[in-house]
Ligand binder design. Structure first.
Ligand SMILES: Nc1ncnc2c1ncn2[C@@H]1O[C@H](COP(=O)(O)OP(=O)(O)O)[C@@H](O)[C@H]1O
Ligand SMILES: [Mg+2]
Length: 362
């Protein structure tokens, strides 16, 4: 069975790896030569909009998915006209625009931060007055890892923020005083059968995910997150894995955004859950029974940003699992991740402290 994957980043690489024991062979399309996926599957190097490349994929493969939410919707729809593609181009489109995404949350009764579309400096000033400050001006499209965002602390900041981001579709969001950031990874089959992982707790540094680990069990919070997740999945008639980013606030959970794909905050599921998010994505899109999502034991994931620590020294810490994406180093770039497992929380903390020393040193 050949699976077409639009995007050959590390997520595609890990999807392909999960597919090997299931007899699935990955064929990637990505304009970037030597993308991480090319190490584990064939890569067509062409633009996503390249119809000839999409035609070739559709003759070589029986099914398609993507590892990247900024794949042009037109390209996804074109491929979906030839072979089944999951998640759907409609779900992809909803996730590409922060205004549509938050409007969808609202329409489903899923609370969000206050937000308003902004199309001029005058509208920005008015929105800042209504929403209140601090607030964050964000591009509606193409933002990731905190890029395309400017914080407004006082009304005098409006002009500079507009100067920086104006000319694109924008949204202003009120800053939420969250206690922590959580995410819910879910998988849904065409029949509607759905599985949820335990909520993950995420720590960002400079807008980029630094650490992710299963949150301490909190049944009421888990139930609330799953209720929101289920509404979203059912509304989109979603097939595949989806990640819902949440803010845990005094007043309850607020939804921030969703990713129509496997997610960095679910990487710990490779070693820390019975079935990984990557395998469950494949099971979902192939309409195979979903795998168990329970934890196998205490675990946590750290991202390697800008530089990979020495593999041998990391592996000298018991319970560590190194994932090197084979990317060339650049400041702040996600080059890999390390998952730490342990028999109990005390050992997990010790091992994370030992790893911290290596991440700082590198
Ligand atoms: N409304 C908000 N209030 C408080 N913090 C926010 C808000 N929006 C974003 N952030 C912070 O910025 C990070 C990145 O923003 P996000 O909307 O998730 O964009 P992306 O992940 O696409 O770059 C979030 O994980 C959170 O830490
Ligand atoms: Mg985010």
């Amino acid at each position: 069975m050949n699976l077409a994957i639009l995007g050959a980043g590390q997520l595609g690489q890990m999807l392909a790896l999960a597919g090997v024991p299931l007899g699935i062979k990955a064929c990637f399309l990505d304009p970037q030569p030597d993308a991480p996926g090319s190490r584990v599957g064939a890569q067509l190097i062409a633009d996503y909009a390249d119809r000839a490349a999409l035609d070739r994929l559709s003759t070589q493969c029986q099914l398609a998915t993507f590892d990247f939410e900024n794949v042009p919707v037109d390209a996804a729809a074109y491929l979906a006209g030839r072979i089944p593609l999951h998640p759907s181009p409609q779900a992809l489109a909803q996730s590409q625009d922060r205004l549509r995404e938050k409007t969808l949350f609202r329409s489903l009764g899923i609370p969000t931060a206050p937000f308003q579309a902004v199309d001029s400096l005058a509208e920005l000033v008015a929105a800042a007055g209504q929403i209140g400050l601090p607030a964050i001006l964000k591009t509606r499209r193409f933002g990731y890892d905190g890029k395309g965002q400017v914080w407004l602390r006082e009304s005098a900041d409006c002009a500079a923020a507009w100067h920086q981001l104006g000319g694109q579709d924008l949204i202003l969001e009120g800053v939420v005083a969250f206690r922590r950031e959580l995410s819910l990874i879910a998988a849904r089959r065409p029949s509607g059968e759905t599985a949820f992982y335990p909520l993950a707790e995420n720590v960002h540094r400079g807008g980029v995910l630094d650490m992710s680990r299963p949150a301490l069990p909190h049944p009421a919070l888990q139930a609330q997150a799953e209720a929101y997740g289920r509404r979203l999945l059912d509304q989109l008639d979603y097939v595949g894995v989806l990640a819902l980013e949440l803010f845990d606030c005094a007043a309850g959970l607020l939804a921030n955004e969703f990713a129509p794909r496997v997610h960095n905050s679910g990487h710990w599921t490779i070693e820390g859950a019975v079935t990984s998010q990557f395998e469950n994505h494949l099971r979902a899109i192939l309409d195979w029974p979903l795998g168990e999502t329970g934890l196998t034991g205490p675990c946590a994931m750290r991202n390697c940003l800008g530089v990979m620590p020495d593999t041998g020294r990391v592996l000298a810490i018991p319970g560590t699992h190194v994932h090197d994406y084979g990317k060339s180093p650049r400041p702040g770039r996600k080059l890999g991740h390390i998952t730490v497992t342990a028999p109990d929380d005390a050992h997990l903390i010790q091992r994370l402290e030992a790893l911290e020393g290596l991440l700082i040193a590198s």
